[in-house]
Write a protein that binds this ligand. Structure first.
Ligand code: PMP
Ligand code: GLN
Length: 386
């Protein structure tokens, strides 16, 4: 068997959710929202299932959805993508796999930032690539230009950027993106940008796509996910957008990964992108209130939290909170003793992990957050000791 997979554990998100299901713990681990998502999208999915074709849709996606994605980005991010530059995938995860498999040749090096989404490294390795890590640290998780330059070699082919960044909950400034764009152009790199959190941003801040920066239009793959835009993570409808010379090759990788994505969900997302801007805007406000509620509750219980500018997540700094446990031990005890599931941030590092940060998901009903806060506060004194 392939040692890459044979030696691998189960992803932390599934592992924690399975423990929460088994024990009845409140699940603030894996990132998914309470609530049903926009009703119009659910109705469109149900209607399409009954009224439209359930046979294979076009391999690269329904033309209507590809146009809706292009229109959506023109409206929200001022981009000039053509429908031909959008390929629909089964979630952003498949878009990541297709992009990395299509662009990496064995021995190519890929610059990525730690903390990183846990799918990245296995996908890079399976493609024969070699990840080169730039390590980011709390509380600012800032990209250091010298550290970036230090990872470049003659084999560097790609830069893989997650912005906004899960689990750090940070968003790159225009200045940082401009520096990354200059770096990609100077070293002739393609950027694969995982922007699934692009709409889940707070305090009035706006996400800026790297593909919109000078020199990047022809060398960027922009990845998005309807699961995040409409808080319907089970939908697994995503896309990758790139200039035609790249998109053509991405499509070849996609055709032998999943080939296509369920048509009724594609119709539903088409409808959602065309009609649900208001829902997305409202959800952003609701999620921000959840963030503030959890932050106030955790701080009231004596925890120090890190800033959360985007994503579904708020993190606690254990060391700053006077807790000597590492993140894994803390999460183990939190689920066993307090009945609350969270995610240890060390799971987002392939090497040299940050071990004092724990991530909580706040896109939950107020009552769920309040119950979790009460449990965590109740366990605080015991968890403070080794
Ligand atoms: N990238 C990042 C950074 C994510 O956080 C997630 C899931 N939350 C994904 C990709 C996967 O998205 P999807 O469910 O659309 O495959
Ligand atoms: N991205 C989600 C998170 O960070 C999990 C996705 C998954 O479980 N595949 O929690």
């Amino acid at each position: 068997m392939n040692p890459l997979y044979a030696g691998m554990g189960t992803t932390i998100f599934e592992a924690m959710s399975a423990r929460a299901r088994a024990t009845g713990a409140i699940n603030l681990g894996q990132g998914f929202a309470d609530g049903r998502g926009p009703e119009a999208v659910l109705e469109a999915a149900a209607r399409a299932l009954i009224e439209k074709s359930n046979q294979y849709p076009p391999m690269i996606g329904l033309p209507e959805l590809r146009q809706a994605v292009a229109d959506h980005y023109a409206r929200h991010q001022g981009l000039n993508l053509a429908a031909e530059e959008v390929i629909v995938t089964s979630g952003a995860t498949e878009a990541l796999a297709a992009s990395l498999f299509a662009l990496i040749e064995p021995g190519d090096e890929v610059i990525c930032f730690q903390p990183l989404y846990d799918a990245y490294v296995p996908l890079i390795r399976q493609a024969g690539g070699i990840p080169r890590f730039v390590r980011l640290q709390p509380p600012e998780w800032k990209i250091d230009k010298a550290a970036l330059e230090a990872e470049v070699t003659p084999r560097t082919k790609l830069l893989l950027l997650n912005n906004p960044l899960n689990p750090a909950a940070t968003m790159c400034s225009a200045e940082a993106l401009s520096a990354i764009a200059d770096f990609c152009v100077a070293h002739d790199l393609i950027a694969v940008c995982d922007e699934v959190w692009e709409h889940v941003t707070f305090d009035g801040a706006r996400h800026l796509p790297l593909i919109g920066f000078p020199g990047m239009r022809e060398r960027t793959v922009k990845i998005g996910s309807a699961g995040k835009i409409f808080a319907l993570t089970g939908f697994k409808v995503g896309w990758m957008c790139a200039a035609p010379h790249i998109a053509r090759v991405l499509a070849k990788a996609h055709q032998f990964l999943t080939f296509t994505t369920p048509p009724n969900l594609q119709w539903a997302v088409t409808e959602g992108l065309a009609t649900q801007d208001f829902w997305v805007q409202e959800a952003r406000h609701r999620f921000q209130q959840g963030r503030d509620r959890l932050k106030a509750g955790l701080e009231g219980a004596g925890f120090v939290t890190l800033p959360s500018a985007a994503t579904y997540f708020l993190s606690v700094d254990l060391a700053a909170s006077g807790i000597e446990l590492g993140d894994v031990a803390f999460c183990d005890r939190l689920i066993d003793e307090a009945g609350v599931a969270a995610i240890p941030v060390s799971a987002f590092y392939a090497e040299d992990p940050v071990i004092n940060v724990v991530r909580f998901c706040f896109v939950k009903e107020d009552a769920t957050l309040d119950a979790a806060i009460e449990r965590i506060a109740g366990a605080r004194a015991a968890l403070g000791k080794r």
